[in-house]
Write a protein that binds this ligand. Structure first.
Ligand SMILES: N[C@@H](CCC[C@H](N)C(=O)O)C(=O)O
Length: 290
């Protein structure tokens, strides 16, 4: 058994247990099991996974994210906003604009501060990756996956696939309340055409500036929000001619709203809140917690 300090934070209800590796040390080989342990709502703390706030050689701070099943993801939009808030409020950074390293590259964060507290964060998520091989998805490597027909479970759908440093597939639906999140989501997540698995998003287009969104996340299942998924939905909607490039789009997620623009410079910018829930000490019993 050993213990470590943690902070629970969320972005629109997408919650993670954050461990500050500027102050703590965790054994690398335990990280997947720690993620599963802290995420357990009965025997742990309860969250969508674990996020590590780490020193970096390329930026003032680095984020690593583990889903609730212990798998490591390469990017997390809601996590980036929380890491930015934590880094600013704990003096890891002093500027209001700074870089964050992720496993999929560097992103730029800009915090809005009121009375010393970060109330909102804008992340320049960089350019979406659209080549099939970058998603990754099987098939002709250089092609994009836009409104492509996709047969599964005896039914035919149309999909668009986008990487925001992690893989996303978008299904358009007429009524977001009736989206097959918990039935189609887990089947598509593990479909062999996505060799690394995929985050599955359902999108209802309200207007050129507004989308409804629900998600089945790779490695975590249903969550209240997925920041990279919402960015991917905005990119997919431009590619499908449903929204316009360079226009601010409001994405309504189960946990609240994100404002996202895919700019003419190629970059996707996401703005939204980040909240601290609590801090504490976790007693990790080598996978025996849960
Ligand atoms: N909730 C996140 C994405 C977390 C990682 C994802 N499940 C994956 O495995 O790629 C977000 O806000 O982007």
């Amino acid at each position: 058994m050993y213990s470590f300090s943690f902070t629970k934070m969320h972005g629109l209800g997408n919650s993670y247990i954050y461990v500050d590796l500027f102050r703590e040390t965790l054994p690398e080989e335990d990280l997947p099991a720690i993620a599963r342990s802290v995420a357990d709502v009965h025997t742990g703390i309860g969250s969508d996974g674990l996020i590590l706030i780490c020193p970096s050689e390329q930026a003032p701070v680095k984020m690593r994210i583990f889903n609730s099943d212990g798998s490591e993801g390469k990017n997390c939009g809601n996590g980036l906003r929380c890491v930015a808030k934590y880094a600013y409020e704990h003096g890891i950074v002093r500027d209001r604009s700074f870089l964050i390293e992720t496993l999929s590259g560097l992103v730029e964060a800009e915090v809005t501060v009121e009375n010393g507290e970060v109330t909102s964060v804008t992340i320049d998520m960089g350019e979406p990756r659209l080549r099939r091989s970058a998603i990754p998805m099987t098939g002709p490597e250089a092609e994009q996956v836009v409104a492509e027909s996709f047969a599964i479970d005896g039914r035919e759908y149309e999909i668009t696939a986008v990487s925001m440093g992690n893989p996303h597939v978008i299904f358009y639906v007429d009524d977001i309340e009736k989206a097959p999140v918990t039935t189609l989501g887990p089947v598509v997540e593990k479909d062999a055409r996505f060799p690394e698995g995929v985050n599955v998003e359902f999108v209802e287009v309200v207007s050129e500036r507004e989308l409804h969104f629900r998600v089945w996340e790779r490695g975590s299942g249903v969550t209240q929000a997925c920041g990279t998924g919402a960015c991917a939905a905005v990119v997919a909607s431009v590619l499908n001619g449903k929204t316009a490039r360079g226009v601010e789009t409001v994405v309504h997620l189960a946990g609240g709203n994100l404002t996202i623009t895919w700019g003419h410079d190629g970059k996707v910018r996401m703005t939204g809140p980040a909240e601290t829930v609590c801090t504490g000490v976790y007693y990790y019993r080598g996978g025996q917690n849960g």
